[in-house]
Structures are given as C-alpha cells and as structure tokens.
Design a protein around this ligand. Structure first.
Ligand code: SF4
Ligand code: SF4
Length: 390
C-alpha cells in the first residue's frame, strides 16, 4: 500500500530548510520546503515545474526528522525525481548502483580493483578477496549455528559480502555469545538503495521483491531479520514501503538493526555479554548515521558502546557526513558533499579520538577519506571486547 502523499500537512514554518545540510552549503539548492510540499503543488499542475536541483538532495531525511507536521519531505522529493527527473551519466551511475555486479567483479579481481581504488581514494571502499557468503556457507561456524534453539536471519548486505566479511563474522560471534544462532536468508539481493537513488527503479523492484519473499519466509519461521547496515535496514523498512509502495507492515516489527536487537535482548532477558578483563582504555567518537536517526534507533548503539569497559565515549554532534551512498562519489557533487561533511570532519579532527565508530558503511568511507581517522562498526568493537566462546 503506497503511503499517501501528505504535502497538504505542511505548515509553511520552514524549519526543515534550517535542518537541511545541502541548503546550508549550496545556495543553488532551493531547500526541502520548496522542492518538497511547495514543489509538489506545482508539479501536480504541470510536470514542467520539476526542478532538476532536486538532484542535489542527499535523501538523508533530516528534513523529515525536523518537521513538526510529519510531512514526508524526503520521500516527496525522491518520488518526484523518479517520476519527472531525466537520467544522466547513465553508465557511471549504473556502475555505482549495480553493487551486486560490481561486488562480484571487485572480489574476483580484488588486487586490481583495490589498486585502482587506492589511486582514486585515500581510505574508502576496498574489496575482499572472498565474499562473506563464500567464507560462511559450508564453514564450521555455519555448522555450529544449528546447535542454537533461537535463531535470527542475517541480511548481510553488499558491504559485508564484498567489502568487509569480517564484520559479518563479528556479528555471528556476538549473537552466538548471546546464545542465538545466525542463518542467512534463503535468497538475498542488494537492498537497492543506490538503484532507487539513481533512478534504476525496475531493477530496484526486482531486488525488493526477492528480498521481501525471503524476509517473509524467515518471519514465518519465527526468525527476525537483522542487519549490521543501517542503510540496508532503512531501505527494507522505509524505502520499500514509502518510495516503492510495497506493504511492509507485516514484517516491520520483525526487522532490526543489529544494535537495536542486541540492546533489547540484553535489556529484557537474562542473557549478558562477558567482556574481556584486559580491555585497554580507548577514546571512541561515535557518528550517528542520518538514516539511523530517521529510524530513531541511534540510542541503542550509544547504549551498547557505553557498556564496553574502557570505552570513553564522545557522541559527535548530529551532522550529515555528506556521502549519502553514491552521491559523494560523483564528481558534480564532490564539493557539496565535502562542505556538508565539514563540521563533522572538523569535530573528529579536534577531538582526536583513538577510534571513530559508525553503523553505516558509506559514512565510514567518507570519514576515512576526509579525516584519515580509523573507523569501525560498533558490532566489530563489541566482538573484539567480548570473551570468545570455547
Ligand atoms: S518543516 Fe514540515 S511543516 Fe514546516 S515547512 Fe517544512 S515540510 Fe512544511
Ligand atoms: S532529504 Fe536531506 S538533503 Fe534532501 S531536502 Fe531533506 S534534508 Fe535536504
């Protein structure tokens, strides 16, 4: 069921424009109010009113978080882009969006792909030589999962599969330490956020339908679906429903980010995590990704990080990093992307923490590329901090 286009709820307060990270740094950008609810009125009269400046929108949804009237501003802008926008840079955008294909090639030719990536970016994306699926399926770790009475399904996403399989193994380690087994979904495709953002809607729908069928099977077997990627989970829960128009209401209570699931489990049951006794003091700066803020689930990560002995935590100011998936990798957006992220980069540099932690892979790349800081996922930090099961 497609959510109603609720632009009529707009109060004209313009609070959203004050919160929009692009409006703050790019005078060409008309801002969420004008592109969203105001623009929608005009576009309904004539599609010629579509303003291509909408392509500068990051789809960060920060405007939606700020709106006192719950106008779905980011969704309105994204749907307008998909309906009225013209495709440009099709080959480049396809290379950025077809992450399954690029991941397959990148992992098969990882030395070459990584050599090219290191010439292009300091820090940022690198490919693993073996995918997470190839490392996990058929392994002793996978065989051990059948010993657990309670199990969850892991939506690993492209990042874990092609770039960082050890994060997937870290997730399995933490879940096993909590007495829970991990299985993969019957069939998983890229969540499709990059496809949606770049206008490849047909392919995004194909992926979404495959993923929804696998989520349904898992939920019917009583296994919730967990992801370490905030953007994958946000896409499954929110973008499938609000942008692609699939009814996700039957599953949304069974889909979690890893830190929310783990925090709730620790909070509501007798299980606990046994932390290593020899943990050194470490100064950690936490960056909350925009899509996690939109889900309202960032505090679960903060609470988990606070449980780790030795961690001196600074929660960074709420700022967008500016990368927004593929946005910051496009030459025409580079300057806006860097300017959006500057307050975050400056704060990270001034704090000088030992480690930056964030739940989103593209935030991680953006921070690495722009600050040189060491960045990790909260689940990896948690996995390194707990006793290993014998
Ligand atoms: S914050 Fe919400 S209500 Fe206010 S102008 Fe923006 S869309 Fe309208
Ligand atoms: S989604 Fe983000 S970039 Fe786009 S209008 Fe809203 S706040 Fe601005």
């Amino acid at each position: 069921m497609e959510r109603d286009n609720n632009f009529e709820q707009c109060l004209k307060c313009d609070i959203c424009s004050g919160y929009c990270p692009v409006a703050k740094v790019n005078p060409v950008f008309p801002g969420p109010k004008r592109l969203g609810p105001d623009g929608e009125r005009y576009r309904m009269m004539d599609a010629a009113f579509f303003d291509p400046a909408a392509n500068l929108c990051l789809n960060c949804k920060r405007c939606e978080v700020s709106c006192p009237s719950d106008v779905h501003i980011g969704d309105i802008i994204l749907k307008a882009k998909l309906k009225y926008g013209r495709k440009s840079h099709v080959l480049r955008n396809a290379a950025l969006s077809y992450t399954d294909t690029m991941g397959f090639l990148g992992t098969h030719f990882s030395p070459m792909a990584n050599a090219v990536a290191s010439l292009m970016f300091k820090g940022g994306p690198r490919y693993a030589s073996r995918t997470f699926e190839r490392q996990f399926i058929g392994s002793e770790t996978a065989a051990r999962q059948s010993c657990f009475d309670h199990k969850v399904s892991f939506f690993h996403g492209c990042y874990v599969n092609y770039n960082n399989p050890s994060l997937g193994m870290d997730f399995v380690k933490v879940m096993n330490a909590l007495g829970i087994g991990v299985q993969l979904l019957d069939d998983e495709s890229c969540c499709g956020i990059a496809l949606i953002s770049n206008g490849f809607v047909q392919k995004a729908r194909k992926n979404a339908e495959k993923n929804i069928a696998s989520v349904r099977t898992s939920v019917e077997k009583g296994m919730p679906v967990i992801s370490t990627s905030t953007t994958c989970m946000f896409t499954l829960r929110n973008e499938y429903q609000n942008v692609l128009g699939y009814d996700m209401s039957a599953f949304s209570d069974s889909m979690y980010t890893a830190t929310k699931y783990i925090f709730e489990l620790l909070d509501s049951s007798a299980v606990s995590l046994h932390f290593r006794k020899d943990l050194p003091k470490i100064r950690v700066a936490y960056h909350m990704p925009c899509h996690l803020e939109k889900l309202g689930w960032g505090l679960y990560t903060v609470a988990l990080l606070r449980m780790i002995p030795g961690v001196e935590l600074t929660v960074l100011d709420s700022n967008c990093c500016g990368v927004a998936g593929t946005y910051g990798f496009k030459s025409e957006n580079k300057q806006t992307s860097r300017n959006v992220g500057k307050p975050l980069f400056d704060q990270i540099r001034s704090i000088g923490a030992d480690l930056v932690v964030t739940d989103c892979e593209t935030c991680r790349w953006q921070i690495e590329m722009n600050t040189g800081a060491r960045v990790a996922h909260p689940i990896s930090l948690l996995a390194q901090s707990i006793e290993t099961l014998k």
